[in-house]
Design a protein around this ligand. Sequence first.
Ligand SMILES: Nc1ncnc2c1ncn2[C@@H]1O[C@H](COP(=O)(O)OP(=O)(O)OP(=O)(O)O)[C@@H](O)[C@H]1O
Ligand SMILES: [Mg+2]
Length: 311
Amino acid sequence: MAPEPAVIELTGLTKYYGRQLGVEDLTFDVSPGEVFGFLGPNGAGKTTTLRMLIGLLRITRGSARLLGTDVATAPPALRARIGYLPGDLSLYKNLTGREYLGFMARMRNRDLAERIASLSERLNLDASRHIHDLSKGNQQKIGVIQAFMHDPEVLILDEPTSGLDPIVQREFEILLDEATQRGAAVLLSSHILSEVEHLAGRVAVVNEGRLLVVERIATLKSRSVRTLELTFSGPVDPAPLRAVPSVDGIDVHGAVASCTVVGAHDELLRVALTLGLETVQTHEPSLEDIFMTLVAGGGPDAAPPAGQELA
Ligand SMILES: Nc1ncnc2c1ncn2[C@@H]1O[C@H](COP(=O)(O)OP(=O)(O)OP(=O)(O)O)[C@@H](O)[C@H]1O
Ligand SMILES: [Mg+2]
């Protein structure tokens, strides 16, 4: 089956605020049914990118298309097919949650009262309260509801789970699943990497406005450095272990060898078995470790070519 054409497409997308770099030369795309994570530390350029996609910020160079339409010249009707959760959510505080959400629905020419009631219940939001009386997390729920309530084909979510408690986060994940099941494309920013790890299939990692890598999370993990602790039946000669190409470093104390391995470790285990291997302990790299390695590596030169899928 041919892959579905992308519905979120960034091509060399660049933003300068005057002389201040926002983001530079971002290229990647997201397909229907895909959750794509957009990761980077504070100030990396996540909000800048998402605001350009949604047409809130003028693009300096390059282009972006949503659902096949160039965002720079998109008609207002396109917005009805998009759900956007801003990172700096600001709501009309004198309204109740229900009034605000009803207002947003009318802006989209839709009557979504039932959907709003059901989402409020699922996220445990008391929609009858005035927004100025709600905690930050409860206000964030309103942001989530207005992004999802009209079943958009594209969801652009800027740190969607910020402030949500674990139970509400779980419900958010179910909403996300429902959206992708019906074919929505989701671009979701975060700096909480462990959160994205189980939500997104692929991620782009940005730092200081530049793309470090675009990759499947599983591939990133398999390519990253990890430590294996091998225990042998007796004192072990490190030379054959050190000779394995994927072994980057080795530290031997008697019968225990600590090996730093880049990528696959099957060959190392094969060699270790011939030397009397008894037990293996592996430490699975978290996306956090991977991210730190990429950022510490310092820019695009340290990582595979940006904007490109690796096998
Ligand atoms: N209105 C603005 N004027 C000038 N510079 C800006 C403006 N908005 C953002 N920037 C700069 O652009 C860069 C990217 O900022 P952005 O807010 O997009 O980062 P972010 O990844 O969303 O960060 P955070 O994780 O803190 O939300 C930063 O260097 C920031 O200082
Ligand atoms: Mg931001």
